[in-house]
Design a protein. Structure first.
Length: 518
């Protein structure tokens, strides 16, 4: 339910107040002070959760006597590191100030400071905004470690699978470094998105809004932090699954199913941002071998694509096929390289022999590892091991590839159970691969997630965000979001997220570190 607080400050009331002052002086000295009427603020309105979908957000609607800009501060419960602030640069006299980052079940203090066109401070106003309790579906968040002077700034966005008495998890949320939820969306009453599952994101667009795909509606959506749908793109003969990725030019790469096909999760499509048309299609049945059963005997879901990334160094895409490996493809659907076990690769659907595209592993000194067992993945080398049922590939600023190596069915046996974030250097000319960095193996089963999960590079700090989302350990089901210094492998931040109930024993799909305000 929207809660509306209204404050009206009308300058003409000065006449009435002053007229009453003389009578009041004779009756009660405590009522002598004339209420201060602002020279700047003409009217104010505070609307909590204006759309009905963002319980920890509010809208301040303010009319001023002159054009002003505003700085906003939301006071934190835990001092300076829990404050959320935003400077708005536009000069206006009709202001609609979005307030994101409130606490649930709390009387929040929001401070606005007004500046004129010369950036001279004019006035400061304080608002108290009482929120309702969080939905019972929100998880328990335990902060295990937080070096706040070293952490990448921002909040953590969680693509949440947890629920409480509701089989439709519809609560992506953001929490701060103290484990307090500061934003979430609740679409259970949305006319179109009430069945939305957050198995793909959401993630942030370059323009600051959030985006995600919906398998049940067949659209890609752009929404603002109030949950308002800003734009949408229809899949046109395909359905969405797992991930949509924004290219630098604004177009979308989408993991897709082709309608009425006999196989699933084996197409990538590109949607033009402006025309909303599909302008390219990658049919993996043609570029790869859909009869390869080395890691699965599921003929329908033979590759299970779970992510797609873009490499702007050579205008290619990188596709994560959970049960086949990581594959780089040209815009013409031609294989550039294949990262994964060498075992049983044969001929693609279009008749191409695939073995020449298998990457040759190198040891730490740069020498080729010629052990067939290592190349096939039945054993590991001390300097190298393959990716197993991986997720979330990304291209680092160096050009290296990082991914979340889930480790399920590792070496075809899963006797040594661990997941890891791992970085590889690939030379596409010599067709070689060298392992450069890893984290997670040393954590063993406590961060092992056989499915979902994420890894991100935090460029501002050279840290890695390692996020196993479906851990089952010591009788508990949970996910972790762990920030690691890449050079020292020191844990900077670690949060454990425990849902009241976790769908399919998965707590979340991904976590992202980002500023709450874009």
């Amino acid at each position: 339910m929207n809660v509306i607080y209204k404050f009206s400050l009308i300058l003409i009331s000065l006449f009435v107040l002053n007229a009453c002052k003389n009578d009041d002086d004779e009756q009660n000295s405590e009522e002598q002070e004339v209420p201060i009427v602002s020279d700047i603020i003409l009217s104010e309105e505070v609307i909590l959760n204006p759309t009905g979908y963002a319980p920890l957000s509010a809208l301040l609607k303010i009319q001023t006597s002159k054009e002003v800009r505003v700085d906003l501060i939301i006071q934190g419960k835990n001092g300076e590191n829990s404050i959320i602030s935003k400077s708005f640069t536009d000069l206006k006299n009709e202001l609609n100030i979005p307030v994101h980052g409130l606490y649930g079940d709390f009387n929040n203090t929001v401070i606005l400071t007004f500046f004129d066109e010369s950036d001279e401070e004019l006035e400061t106003r304080t608002y108290e905004i009482q929120t309702e309790p969080l939905t019972t579906a929100m998880p328990q968040i335990n902060i295990e470690k937080a070096e706040r002077d070293q952490m990448q700034e921002g909040v953590t966005l969680v693509s949440y699978y947890g629920y409480s008495g509701n089989t439709t998890p519809q609560y992506p949320f953001m929490f701060d470094s103290y484990g307090d939820v500061r934003w979430y969306l609740e679409y259970k009453d949305h006319p179109e998105l009430n069945e939305l599952k957050y198995d793909n994101g959401p993630e942030r667009l370059a323009n600051g809004n959030l985006y995600f795909g919906a398998s049940d509606t067949g659209f890609i959506y752009e929404v603002d932090l109030f949950g308002t749908v800003v734009n949408s793109w229809e899949m046109q003969g395909y359905t969405f699954h797992h991930e949509v990725h924004e290219k630098p030019n604004g177009n979308f790469l989408v993991c897709a199913n082709r309608n009425n096909a006999i196989t699933i999760e084996d197409y990538i499509v590109e949607i033009d941002r402006t025309s909303k048309q599909i302008i390219n299609v990658w049919d993996l049945n043609q570029s790869l071998d859909n009869t390869r059963k080395t890691l699965t005997d599921n003929e329908e879901d033979w590759i299970h694509v779970n992510a797609v990334a873009y490499d702007d160094t050579d205008d290619t895409i990188i596709v994560s096929g959970r049960t086949q490996g990581l594959i780089k493809l040209t815009n013409d659907n031609e294989v550039v390289w294949i990262m994964g076990s060498h075992k049983d690769w044969d001929t693609s659907g279009n008749g191409t022999t695939l073995s020449p595209y298998l990457l040759q592993p190198l040891d730490a000194s740069g020498s080729q590892i010629m052990d067939q067992g290592v190349m096939d993945g039945t054993i590991n080398h001390s300097d190298f091991e393959w990716n197993w049922y991986q997720h979330a590939p990304l291209v680092l600023p160096s050009g290296n590839i990082m991914l979340f190596d889930n480790g399920f069915n590792r070496n075809f046996e899963s006797l040594d159970v661990y997941s890891r974030a791992v970085e590889f250097e690939i030379d596409a000319i010599s067709n070689t691969i060298q392992q450069k960095w890893e984290y997670g193996k040393e954590r063993g089963q406590e961060t092992y997630s056989r499915a979902v999960s994420d890894v991100d590079y935090l460029e501002g700090s050279d840290h890695i965000l390692y996020s196993p989302g479906g851990v089952i350990y010591n009788g508990m089901v949970y996910g972790k979001s762990i920030e690691v210094d890449r050079s020292s492998k020191t844990v900077i931040f670690e949060a454990t997220i425990i849902a009241p109930q976790a769908l399919f024993n998965i707590t979340f799909h991904r976590t992202e570190r980002l500023s709450l305000y874009p």
